[in-house]
Design a protein around this ligand. Structure first.
Ligand SMILES: O=C[C@H](O)COP(=O)(O)O
Length: 260
């Protein structure tokens, strides 16, 4: 089955709402200049919570075909949970995707498999597509190889749901995030393939075939084509390079039908 490639830009804790508006405006021009075909390759930005309303208003007003994502959501739906942001609020702002279990949240906020599973359930409840981030640290790579941890984290996130909705997996080796070190396209494809096999064994081939699996970790315009060439890799999750409109458009330009 044809899976539409997804180019996702995680801004992390960068850009206030005014800078966010400027970046999205610039991005709409650079994507237009690159004659981007939104139907054959989805482009989604993941701004900080405080920027989402401004970005959504701009997208609505200018009829931009960019998708909107959030970087996290609460496992709770509403109530006395100070500092939390409900999936219901995000849905109302037309947020389509949410990152869950990014390695920076696993590392700095002690989010383990249980939290990731609960947040995935919250995303399903609110009709937001979870982008479940998985990946091994350098130590785990040395001790367990490259695919054991991402496969285990994927299955843990998907376990025990009443109903599994659409979801995306983002394979990001922790040792490749923001470091300039990149997994080779062959390594990325092999791990994405193992993740798909595991999803198929646990949840059936139909779900596995429909699931987009992305690679992330130091992706740039000059290395993205190698990843997208593999039929196992359905897009990329980009950090640093998504803060630069030209660079990010350059990444989106390597959509699969052009790269092949
Ligand atoms: O969410 C994005 C990833 O953490 C990758 O970040 P990076 O492209 O800056 O390495």
């Amino acid at each position: 089955m044809a899976r539409i490639p997804l180019i996702a830009g995680n801004w992390k804790m960068n850009l206030d709402h005014q800078q966010a508006i400027a970046l999205v405006q610039k991005l709409s021009w650079t994507l237009r200049d690159a004659a981007h075909d939104y139907k054959s390759c989805e482009v989604v930005v993941f701004p900080p919570f405080t920027d989402i309303r401004s970005v959504q208003t701009l997208m609505d007003a200018d009829k931009l075909e960019l998708g909107l994502g959030a970087q996290d959501l609460s496992k709770f739906d509403s109530g006395a949970y100070t500092g939390e942001v409900s999936g219901a609020f995000l849905k109302k702002l037309e947020v389509k995707y949410v990152l869950i279990g990014h390695s920076e949240r696993r590392q700095y906020h002690n989010e383990g498999d249980e939290t990731v599973q609960a947040k995935t359930a919250a995303a399903f409840r609110h009709g937001i597509v979870p982008v479940i981030c998985v990946g091994e640290t350098l130590e785990e790579l040395e001790n367990e190889g490259q695919s054991a941890v991402p496969v285990r984290q994927t299955l843990a996130a998907l376990a025990g749901h009443d109903k599994i909705g659409d979801f995306v997996i983002a394979y990001e080796p922790v040792w490749a995030i923001g470091t300039g070190k990149v997994a080779t396209p062959e390594e990325a494809a092999a791990v994405c393939g193992k993740i798909r096999e595991a999803i198929s064994a646990e949840h059936g081939p139909e779900i596995a075939d429909a699931t987009r699996i992305l690679y992330g970790g130091s992706v740039k315009a000059n290395n993205v084509a190698g990843f997208l060439r593999s039929s196992e890799v359905d897009g990329v999750l980009v950090g640093g390079a998504s803060l630069d409109a030209e660079e990010f458009s350059g990444i989106a330009r390597f959509q699969k039908h052009i790269a092949l």
